[in-house]
Design a protein around this ligand. Structure first.
Ligand code: GTP
Length: 211
């Protein structure tokens, strides 16, 4: 007898200042390529990544690539709607883009929350780490503290150019998906015992597949 087939569709946001590499990260993740040619995103762009989560489950990640210039616009509320998780990206060579991270996070938290009022889970990506790490050097070990204080699930160094990000980014995608799953269970008001059991299974599957 064939195992039951389950499909989940999750909307994930990728936000951050102009030119930090949001489109490049998505391109690398979805199409495994990179271009040094810069063309600013206008409004929003979309990409779909399909993950075979386990033999019975397919996870479709709908990635919303929101233009950096939208931080100054009114459209973000519309774009954020029904997102289950987000990546906020900054450029490690440009400190101003790191300073903007809290503005993006505040914008997100003020416009989108879970039905229980809690903020959605957000992972911070320190991109262009192939070009130096000015921001990280200046912040050093404080990054963990920064994430804790500002409510990020975690942070990862990435490079869409050299592909350095793949392992860690895949992990962060998994981390986000796990968190999403938890939120999904919360939304559907399953008992805590059940949700812990399911979460535990997801963690085990994620670790197993990641090795
Ligand atoms: N060296 C290096 N360059 C990168 C990296 N990621 C992106 N870039 C370059 O940075 C520039 C901007 O990248 P995009 O991906 O278009 O940036 P974005 O955040 O989508 O920009 P907006 O659409 O304006 O919001 C491009 O020239 C990319 O080639 C990286 O990891 N390393």
């Amino acid at each position: 007898m064939q195992a039951p087939h389950k499909e989940h569709l999750y909307k994930l946001l990728v936000i951050g200042d102009l030119g930090v590499g949001k489109t490049s990260i998505i391109k690398r993740y979805v199409h495994q390529n990179f271009s040094s040619h810069y063309r600013a995103t206008i409004g929003v762009d979309f990409a779909l990544k399909v993950l075979q989560w386990d033999p019975e489950t397919v996870v479709r990640l709908q990635l919303w690539d929101i233009a950096g210039q939208e931080r100054f616009g009114n459209m973000t509320r519309v774009y954020y709607r029904e997102a289950m998780g987000a990546f906020i990206v900054f450029d490690v060579t440009r400190p101003a883009t790191f300073e903007a991270v809290t503005k993006w996070k505040n914008d997100l938290d003020s416009k989108l929350s879970l039905p229980n009022g809690k903020p959605i889970s957000v992972v911070l990506l320190a991109n262009k780490c192939d070009q130096g790490k000015d921001v990280l050097m200046n912040n050093g070990l404080k990054m963990d503290q920064f994430c804790k204080e500002h409510g990020f699930v975690g942070w990862f160094e990435t490079s869409a150019k050299t592909d350095f990000w793949v392992l860690q980014h895949c992990f962060s995608i998994r981390l986000t998906v796990m968190e999403i799953k938890r939120q999904y269970l919360e939304r559907h008001m399953l008992t805590e015992a059940k949700s812990v059991k399911v979460l535990f299974m997801i963690v085990i599957c994620g670790k197993y597949k990641h090795r």
